[in-house]
Design a protein around this ligand. Structure first.
Ligand code: COA
Ligand code: ZN
Length: 311
């Protein structure tokens, strides 16, 4: 990836749908995925392997993951909160699995009913299971509540950095730093991500921002300055964590792509097509809040995609 290329990872089907009341049919989820790929999105977190009793939306995780694997050009990933989820994801044949734990012990207890230290131990078991049964699968590790926590308040940077080091030593093939609750500001993002980038070395680093307090895209700029070139985003800004009070959606995919492309950073994604997909998905999800400045105001007449700028 060149310096001017940025990877956008769609998480609307996972982070977005986990808060939504309407349960989409597997066919709708797969149509959403296929259309995103046509729009140029290569990387999608397609589902979450959690118990259906906890998030009924993901009762069809196996069907959606299997269907996503059949879509040409799609690098499908799924979220897993524990070993059982990882085993289910390996069984379906996913090549990329995202594990998540929280830097805030209190959030981890609420979210996955164990301490952060126990989640670290679980990750080691997941790596061992991968090595036994699913060689070649890339295990991403996400550190949630990395910039603060609605339950615990401040989260010490040293805890986040310690987790990054431990997870990489344990076998993480990628690190995601997540502002689960929308507490981060650009100065904090720059300071933390500089250190994470230097710790991670060759291991790719991504950021996951929520726009809860309006600083999502400013935080993307700060992370870009720190060298990050991969971001989670959600179509129409859907999303939120059911275990983080007042959480709202992820940074909006359309707006994020607009910001990057407008400054000559190539995402490979067509914003017009994203807006068309958004129309369909919002019609499937009546009453859900969809955000987005580009959907509201349209692209500027002067807008040119990054390739055109670079040419
Ligand atoms: N997928 C499907 N079933 C699972 C599972 C998974 N990933 N993990 C556990 N189960 C099943 C167990 O087999 C067990 O079933 P049984 O009662 O029929 O024997 C039951 O669920 C309870 O298992 P246990 O290991 O005791 O889980 P728990 O009750 O301690 O819950 C988590 C732990 C991690 C499964 C739960 O807290 C969770 O799903 N958290 C994720 C929440 C989320 O989606 N957050 C947003 C994304 S970050
Ligand atoms: Zn999130």
């Amino acid at each position: 990836m060149t310096d001017a290329a940025v990877q956008i990872r769609e998480v609307g089907l996972r982070d977005g749908l986990q808060m939504v009341r309407t349960i989409l049919a597997s066919e709708q989820k797969l149509a959403w995925c296929a259309r995103m790929v046509d729009a140029g999105v290569r990387d999608i977190e397609v589902t979450s392997f959690v118990p259906p009793t906890i998030v009924p939306q993901f009762a069809d995780a196996v069907e959606v993951a299997a269907g996503a694997l059949a879509i040409d050009g799609l690098h499908a990933a799924a979220l897993v909160p524990n070993l059982k989820g990882a085993q289910r994801a390996f069984e379906v044949g996913l090549r990329k699995v995202h594990y998540v734990l929280s830097a805030s012990n209190e959030h981890n207890m609420k979210n996955v009913r164990r301490s952060t230290a126990e989640s670290v131990e679980d990750f080691a078991r997941i790596v061992a299971a991968r090595d036994d049964t699913a060689g070649g699968v890339v295990l991403g590790a996400g550190v949630a509540t990395a910039f603060g926590c609605t339950i615990a308040g401040e989260v010490d940077e040293r805890i986040v950095l310690g987790l990054v080091e431990t997870l990489i030593e344990a076998g993480a093939g990628e690190i995601t730093i997540a502002d689960t609750v929308g507490y981060a500001n650009p100065a904090q993002v720059y300071a933390l991500l500089r250190q994470v980038m230097s710790l991670a070395g060759d291991v790719p680093v991504a950021c996951h921002f929520h726009d809860t307090r309006g600083l999502g895209l400013a935080n993307v700029m700060a992370a870009l300055d720190a060298g990050v070139r991969a971001f989670d985003a959600s179509l129409g800004g859907l999303g939120g964590c059911p275990f983080a009070p007042n959480a709202t959606g992820n940074i909006n995919t359309e707006d994020t792509v607009f910001m990057l492309e407008a400054q000559g950073m190539n995402t490979g994604i067509d914003i017009g097509e994203l807006l068309a997909i958004r129309e369909s998905v919002s019609a499937w999800l009546p009453g859900e809040p969809f955000t987005g400045a580009i959907a509201r105001a349209g692209l500027p007449k002067t807008f040119a995609r990054a390739e055109a700028v670079a040419a």
